[in-house]
Design a protein around this ligand. Structure first.
Ligand SMILES: [Zn+2]
Length: 300
């Protein structure tokens, strides 16, 4: 009871701000889509692509997508959103996955990358963003307030409605990673960032064009010539290096056993690096030992 009172108060105070930016809602298989502005003519096509991308992301790892719970559910796992079309609160039921209830996913489908940048501010964002946690968007305070108010700040995907399948699958792979780790009691945010991005890149690899796959491999090779794996990789190299190491691990261990290594990656990444770095480097055609200078210069 206390929880629902709380939700009502938050919604009431956020309505004024939420209405500052007009939007429309439509359903999708795993939640609700927020369309800033109006629902575009291609909404149905995009909605199908969204569902297919979620199926591809979960399917790569051998899992079905979470689907809406039928019947009774815990209200704490439902999502309440103001529907401007009816000027009322809509309740989106929780999703069921791995014998648990989980929050539905709110997809903000912006019309362009510029519109996202306005909302999110100066981020690394290229075309899409996934967050299981409260977002901290930059950009104008009004838009920030709007995203937090409408999306309630979590289980959000922010993307352009022209995002490629590769991008959508990449983002939903983050959802899968979060969901799988959560189901196993693993703290996903403790994973090295290159493992997180590597999982996403490997998951969407089949939707990538061959040229960018080759380019990614070359980048990983060049990086590993001079550097060693540590707890994280700054900047954009976490994508190709992550794709390379996760690709190697999935090829070597298979998807199930790779997923089982995530617990260790989340609490003792250095042990996993000790165990797998040499084999990974050899798979790239590099000497198994790390370049010594880089080890000293990073102090690890
Ligand atoms: Zn990512």
């Amino acid at each position: 009871m206390g929880a629902s009172v709380c939700v009502a108060v938050v919604l009431a105070s956020s309505w004024a701000m939420a209405q500052a930016i007009p939007y429309m809602l439509t359903d999708w298989a795993c939640g609700v889509i927020v369309w800033p502005g109006a629902v575009p003519s291609y909404a149905e096509h995009f909605t199908q692509r969204l569902t297919h991308a979620a199926e591809a992301a979960f399917g790569f790892w051998g899992y079905d997508i979470p689907t809406s719970v039928k019947g009774a559910y815990d209200e704490a796992n439902a999502f309440q959103i103001h529907d401007p079309a009816t000027d009322s609160v809509r309740t989106i039921p929780p999703l069921g996955w791995a014998d648990r209830e989980t929050l539905p996913v709110v997809v903000f489908a912006f019309g362009s990358v510029d519109a996202i940048r306005l909302a999110m501010g100066d981020t690394e964002l290229y075309a899409a963003f996934w967050s299981p946690w409260p977002l901290d968007p930059g950009g104008s305070p009004e838009v920030k307030e709007w995203i937090l108010a409408v999306g309630a700040g979590y289980r959000n995907m922010i993307c352009t409605s022209s995002a490629t399948d590769e991008v959508l699958i990449h983002e939903f792979a983050h959802w899968f990673t979060f969901q799988w780790c959560y189901s196993q009691g693993i703290t996903a945010p403790q994973l090295p960032n290159y493992i997180v991005e590597g999982i996403a890149e490997v998951t969407c690899a089949s939707a990538k064009d061959a040229n960018s796959t080759v380019y990614d491999r070359l980048q990983a090779y060049s990086w590993a010539q001079n550097k060693c794996l540590t707890g994280s990789i700054q900047g954009v190299m976490k994508y190709p290096v992550g794709a390379s190491i996760v690709g190697y691990l999935v090829d070597t261990l298979g998807t199930d056993d790779f997923l089982r290594t995530l617990r260790e990656w989340s609490i003792r990444a250095w042990l996993m690096i000790d165990q797998y770095q040499a084999g990974w480097r050899e798979s790239l055609g590099l000497p198994s030992n790390c370049p010594q200078e880089e080890v000293e210069s990073t102090g690890v």
